[in-house]
Design a protein around this ligand. Structure first.
Ligand code: ATP
Length: 247
């Protein structure tokens, strides 16, 4: 497998606190790569650095062979690096279909063709319908997004992120606040993205992580202490001592 994302010596400091500390990580094309670690390990900071929401103090972020360390977030999205936001970018008073159609329009309208829609209305809604089917919301396209159950809203967020046609999707706790049944539905959905889309996922639900991930990296105090297959991580004594043993 080839590297799609390479993090080289990444550092983020908040005043005197070093949240990510000379961090190196590779995400391969088409893999589901999970980052686990105790609270405060730096997981969310890392996702912000990769997406471009936070500037890094040092180190390099190379995506698809291009150094994007200083590239603004919207251009990283255009290059195929997307993240799913947590509910905040859903329009609750719009239907599920309209939310997805707007996301398709936002992507295709990002070119300079502002004097006419970059995609026809029909193509936009066809793509929105396909996205709804893909994230398991095909039967709920006409409902208001704000009326969706929590799990279904997370599925919609995934659809909005997919509308950007990513090559790598960053997921920050996609199962947070979900009941068991909702999480069980989310797992095959994330797995179905592979191999077309690589996924870098932060998730506290260890059952889900160990079921889905091709590889897992363990982040402790801003540093990756181990990377391996779920079986390798499960058997890693250092990881057990630093993290899993406390679960
Ligand atoms: P959790 O699993 O609890 O969400 P995390 O692994 O995502 O934690 P981060 O949220 O990235 O960890 O935080 C890493 C460290 O940086 C923590 O010590 C946190 O208190 C600190 N931190 C995070 N954001 C800020 C900020 N904006 N200003 C100062 N310190 C911060």
């Amino acid at each position: 497998m080839s590297a799609l994302l390479e993090l080289q010596g990444l550092v983020k400091r908040y005043g005197g606190l070093t949240a990510t500390d000379n961090l190196n990580l590779t995400v391969n094309a088409g893999e589901i790569h999970a980052i686990i670690g105790p609270n405060g390990a730096g997981k969310t900071t890392l996702i912000h650095q990769i997406s471009g929401a936070l500037a890094s103090d040092s180190g390099r972020i190379v995506f698809a062979g291009t150094d994007v360390t200083r590239v603004p977030m919207h251009l990283r999205v255009q290059a195929g690096l997307a993240r799913s936001y947590q509910i905040t970018n859903i329009f609750p008073r719009f239907s599920v279909l309209d939310n997805l159609a707007l996301a398709v329009q936002a992507r295709s309208g990002s070119s300079m063709r502002f004097w006419r829609p970059a995609v026809s209305e029909r193509a936009m809604f066809e793509e929105a319908r396909a996205l709804a089917d893909r994230v398991g919301l095909g039967g709920q396209v006409d409902g208001l997004a704000g009326n969706l159950a929590h799990g279904a809203q997370r599925q919609l967020e995934l659809g909005l992120a997919l509308a950007t046609r990513p090559r790598l999707l960053l997921l920050d706790e996609p199962m947070a606040g979900m009941g068991h049944e909702e999480s069980v539905e989310m797992i095959p959905l994330i797995e179905s993205l592979r191999p077309e889309i690589a996924v870098l996922i932060i998730e506290h639900d260890m059952d889900a992580v160990f079921r889905m991930a091709d590889r897992i990296s363990v982040l402790v105090s801003g540093r990756i202490i181990a990377t391996g297959t779920p079986d390798q991580i499960r058997c890693n004594l250092e990881v057990k001592k630093a993290y899993l043993g406390d679960e």
